[in-house]
Ligand binder design. Structure first.
Ligand SMILES: *[C@@H]1O[C@H](CO)[C@@H](O)[C@H](O)[C@H]1NC(C)=O
Length: 449
């Protein structure tokens, strides 16, 4: 990794360079206060294997006595995260009717695993379908938390507040993950509560592919989604706000029924074709979120995890669904314009088959980040558990290794989908991650925030 090599370079230049501007001197060979690295301890180098910087300044001592900056080390920077999906209880809570105590224990167990594996962030789904896994006056409580859409948990508690408190105690970042336009999951049959988007804006709520989906072209709906996101960032100490791949829904072979909204756009003088207009609706949401969330809290990290292929055929040799044409996601533009702080393309394919090669895609994505925004790869842990051609765990290990070879070009970490495979230690994934993440790393710094 680049960050590791910087450390090595700094170490050598401090030790051996004669042109050093500030020549630090060890006070004694017991402790040493380095201007950049803080307090180190001068001990035998073989006794400080985790030291990230070893000085050469204890001249009066035998050569093996050096300052080991293991107390205040320059930390490695790598985003090491999991998605915690709540939609249909994919990861958490294990049951929508489990008691509050059980649900809380499960969250603590997840965070304990994240901490034990030296990982440093969770992306927690708080709004799977125009509902809330947090206390909200804007939207109804989620079915997936309480068993009944619109009904508060009993005893009352706030999962987002709870995970924030528990995660921050463990030095783990929490990114609140919202789905912007889905109003009810596929197959769900409950009647949406009066505060659900579908009831607030019925003329923009469509049944599509057995889901309830809001029209991303509706100004009222856009504004409401922006308000929901702002409300979260105002009231909760979330480290980030995150959106996944769903903007316009994945197609079911029929046209998304937004012709009325498009016609009124045209009647008001709009000249874009329908596909460009749809993309502009999504771009508007992304740009507005970026600006408005940062206006509330300048250091909030805004990230999106789009479908991993921007356009089929890009880069050459890649074929697959085109997020640009099918979901109206111009995700490359967001990296180029810097309207995201990080992008986590869902690179849910293996390395070797060329059609959707993990590293060909990752290599392409980082090349698009012309504003220096971070790229954290999304990795498909779930593919170890799939029925047909399940992955070996080494596929994921190789993917992390490959990501690290590109860290000098902004590939700064990995996000695993999903929590479940890690918690169940499928194919020994925990043991493999423990080998990859042998010591702590801080989340990569975003110096533009
Ligand atoms: C991943 O990288 C580590 C550290 O360099 C190495 O020991 C390991 O063999 C690699 N694993 C795979 C599957 O490539």
């Amino acid at each position: 990794m680049l960050l590791f090599s910087i450390i090595v370079t700094v170490c050598y230049s401090l030790s051996w360079s004669t042109s050093l501007l500030i020549q630090p001197k060890a006070d004694s060979c017991t402790t040493y206060n380095h201007p950049q690295y803080g307090i180190g301890q001068c001990i035998e180098t073989s006794k400080c294997p985790n030291a990230l910087y070893i000085s050469g300044y204890c001249e009066s001592q035998p050569a093996n006595i050096k300052c080991c900056f293991s107390l205040n080390p320059v930390e490695r920077q790598e985003f090491r995260a999991i998605w915690i999906a709540t939609a249909t209880n994919i990861d958490w809570p294990s049951s929508k009717t489990a008691t509050t105590a059980t649900q809380q224990n499960e969250l603590v167990n997840i965070l304990n695993m994240v901490q034990r594996l030296n990982m440093n962030a969770v992306i927690f789904q708080v709004r799977p379908a125009g509902d809330a896994l947090y206390s909200s006056t804007l939207e109804p409580w989620s079915l997936y938390l309480t068993g009944t859409h619109g009904v508060a948990p009993s005893p009352i508690w706030d999962p987002l507040q709870f995970i924030l408190t528990e995660a921050h105690k463990r030095n783990i970042e929490v990114h609140a993950w919202i789905n912007p336009y889905r109003a009810r999951m596929k197959g769900a049959t409950y009647t949406p509560a009066a505060t659900n988007m579908a009831k607030r804006f019925p003329k923009y709520a469509y049944t599509y592919d057995s889901q309830l989906w809001m029209d991303p072209g509706s100004k009222e709906v856009q504004e409401f989604v922006l308000n929901v996101a702002e409300d979260i960032v105002r009231r909760y100490a979330v480290d980030g706000l995150h959106i996944d791949d769903y903007f316009y829904p994945y197609g079911d072979g029929t046209e998304f029924p937004d012709s009325t909204t498009f016609s009124s756009y045209q009647q008001q003088g709009g000249s874009m074709n329908k596909a460009d207009w749809r993309r502009s609706n999504v771009n508007y949401l992304i740009e507005s979120l970026y600006n408005r969330l940062h206006a509330i809290r300048p250091k909030i990290k805004f990230g999106v995890s789009p479908f991993g292929i921007w356009k089929s055929g890009t880069p050459a040799g890649i074929t697959g669904l085109s997020s640009y044409d099918s979901l109206y996601c111009d995700s490359r533009l967001w990296l180029q314009q810097g309207t995201v702080d990080y992008l986590t393309p869902q690179l849910y394919w293996a390395i070797d088959p060329p059609a959707q090669s993990y590293n060909a895609l990752l290599n392409w994505w980082i090349g698009q980040s012309t504003k220096g925004r971070h790229v954290y790869a999304g990795n498909a842990a779930y593919r170890m558990s799939q029925a047909t051609s399940p992955w070996a765990v080494t596929e994921l290990v190789r993917q992390v290794n490959l990501t690290r070879t590109m860290s000098n070009r902004l590939a700064l970490g990995n996000v695993f989908f999903s929590t479940k495979q890690l918690m169940q230690n499928v194919k020994g994934i925990q043991n493999e991650l423990a080998k990859l993440y042998t010591d702590k790393a801080i989340v990569p710094k975003m110096n533009w925030l």
